[in-house]
Write a protein that binds this ligand. Structure first.
Ligand SMILES: Cc1ncc(C[n+]2csc(CCOP(=O)(O)OP(=O)(O)O)c2C)c(N)n1
Ligand SMILES: [Mg+2]
Length: 558
């Protein structure tokens, strides 16, 4: 590299990223990253230029989850960096490996208007921040950032002053070995035989077993082992929300455990006397503390089994192991015997029951969100990639049980709305040969609606389905339950179809479900992204909101 007299630091930095096999980067340019980004692109990296830095990082998060690899984003210094602060905590809590190339203010200036002490802002989110101020060492530091992101499974933000990036390269000729070559690759951890013998007794003595799988089970390829354990114990299966669909074709899967559990599932979970939680963090929203299974003991099979999670006491029984190896060993260690819980009647009830049977009175001209989701479940092709967002509507969108886990993504760890569109872009970038369908609320979509332009410009194949209640539904229902005015949470039904058309996408408003087949064939024929806006009634309350925020009249009588 020394022979190349014109070589600048940013050229070498771009090479270091290419050597890390970075093939896609989500970017928003400014003074402090544009030279580097231009070199990265020149060297063959696909750049997706978004309209808000939050969306660059959020897209990279979905890309990382989908590809099980490091996601990469880039932002400029100062205001570019501060825009990342809602996405980073979610990435940290979701254990997503990310590397962000951020600029820093130039070191040579006494004053620079975008200057900011970036490190404490970033580290407050739980992400790592590395200031790179020694050009000759930068390629090694970048390699180490990738190594750290992979090993610790968390975001690493690299801050490089842009005057240093612009210097002639005076460092070593060769790039360091890439992180992949240095990463330890330990084999999956088998359980200790004594632990297996102990917990096998617990499982052998239980009558009503539920095997609950999380993303750890998905990653370890433990799906079949979980099914086998449930079959041998005559028990049932369930998943956490992110692992949804792992048992989609098993007649004894009651669906998601936690805030989204369907009616019949809640009934059966109440009867359970043992929950075997496999590869999950026993999160509060998954019922991890036992809220949904008051009679059950809990056994946690995990590489890092927990007794306390998110402030709650969780499992008292533990098996430390890789999810697949742990469950396989357990299944082998329990004797086969007849248990009377699982039955054909049960399978029929799971198959035929509505997720929620409560009756509501709905205004004419508006749809019941449950009917919309049931119709979509029937109509949408099974090979589409699905992305779920947050808000009240996410309860309804979670009720599509026929879809397999590998076609599903949601990242909900920081509880922020507004991420759906970026997650859909990340999945579309990771699966360019697929159609991606995003299920979102009107408030959430509106928060980053500018990305419709990114979707059009990059030709991303995304269908956005909005359950539009003309409101921040979650807030409306809570405000109503507390007898507070609805102001600030009700906005009316904005014209998403018109907005979509304004950005150059197709748009359609649904006031009846009869149009669905025609809309689907038009979408498929058009080959371009679209927004489908379903106007739904805000009178339909999800079971979760009914439980947590009962209507004032009902709260008094009950
Ligand atoms: C970034 C952020 N701001 C505010 C909130 C509070 N909040 C939670 S749900 C919600 C409403 C979401 O509205 P919408 O997307 O229309 O879904 P709905 O609840 O109406 O189904 C809001 C404002 C949040 N979770 N995240
Ligand atoms: Mg809404």
């Amino acid at each position: 590299m020394k022979n190349d007299l014109k070589l600048r630091v940013y050229d070498v930095l771009a090479r270091a990223f290419i050597q890390e096999e970075v093939r896609t980067c989500f970017a928003l340019l400014g003074d402090a990253n544009m030279n580097w980004a231009a070199r990265l692109r020149e060297q063959g990296c696909r750049m997706i230029y978004v309209r808000h830095e939050h969306c660059a990082l959020a897209s990279a998060m979905a890309y990382a989850r989908k590809n099980r690899d490091v996601g990469v984003a880039t932002v400029t210094c100062g205001p570019g960096v501060t825009q990342l602060i809602t996405a980073l905590p979610a990435a940290v809590r979701a254990h997503l490996p990310l590397v962000v190339f951020a600029g820093e203010a130039p070191l040579k200036s006494g004053w620079y208007n975008q200057e900011l002490d970036q490190a404490p802002i970033i580290t407050a989110t739980g992400a790592a921040y590395h200031r790179l101020h020694m050009p000759e060492r930068m390629p090694v530091a970048i390699r180490d950032a990738f190594l750290q992101a992979r090993r610790e499974r968390r975001p690493v933000v690299i801050g490089i002053p842009f005057d240093l990036q612009d210097r002639p390269w005076a460092g070593p000729d060769d790039l360091p070995k890439p992180s992949r070559e240095l990463l330890p690759r330990p084999s999956p951890m088998p359980p200790h035989p004594e632990d297996v013998a102990k917990v096998a007794q617990l499982v052998a003595g239980a009558e009503r077993v539920v095997v609950l799988a999380g993303l750890g089970a998905v990653e370890a390829g433990a799906g079949a082992a979980c099914r086998a354990l449930a079959a041998k114990t005559g028990g049932l299966l369930a998943t956490t929300l992110p692992a949804r669909g792992l048992f989609h074709d098993d007649p004894f899967c009651i669906g998601i455990s936690g805030s989204y559990t369907p009616e019949v599932g809640i009934e059966y979970l109440k009867e359970a006397d043992l929950v075997v939680a496999v590869g999950c963090s026993l999160a509060y929203h998954a019922g991890g503390g036992g809220q949904l299974w008051p009679k059950a003991k809990m056994l946690h099979v995990d590489i890092d089994p927990l007794a306390i999670s998110q402030g709650q006491e969780v499992a008292k029984h533990h098996l430390r192991a890789d999810a697949r190896l742990g469950v396989e060993a357990l299944t082998a260690a329990i004797p086969a015997r007849d248990r009377k819980w699982r039955s054909d009647t049960m399978a029929a009830r799971i198959r035929d029951s509505k997720p929620d049977s409560q009756v509501f009175e709905i205004e004419p001209g508006l749809l019941d969100p449950r009917d919309v989701v049931a119709a979509l479940e029937k109509a949408l092709p099974r090979d589409w990639e699905m992305v779920n967002s947050g808000g009240h509507c996410s309860w309804f969108f979670a009720q599509m049980p026929s879809r397999p886990q590998e076609k599903f993504l949601t990242i909900r760890e920081f509880g922020a709305i507004g991420n759906g569109i970026s997650f859909a872009m990340g999945v579309a970038a990771a699966r360019p040969d697929r159609t991606v369908v995003l299920f979102d609320g009107d408030g959430s979509l509106m928060m980053h609606v500018q990305e419709l332009e990114t979707i059009r410009r990059h030709g991303l194949n995304i269908l956005i389905v909005v359950l539009n209640d003309g409101a921040y539904g979650s807030e409306v229902h809570k405000l109503r339950s507390e007898g507070l005015p609805e102001e600030g949470s009700v906005f009316g039904y904005c014209d998403f179809a018109g907005i979509a058309r304004g950005f150059g996408l197709a748009g359609r408003t649904f006031k009846t479900l009869d149009d669905l087949p025609k809309a689907l064939s038009e979408f498929a024929a058009s080959g371009r992204a679209a927004v489908w806006d379903f106007h739904v009634s805000d009178k339909v309350l999800s079971p979760t909101i009914r439980r947590a925020h009962p209507h004032p009249a009902k709260a008094k009588s009950g």
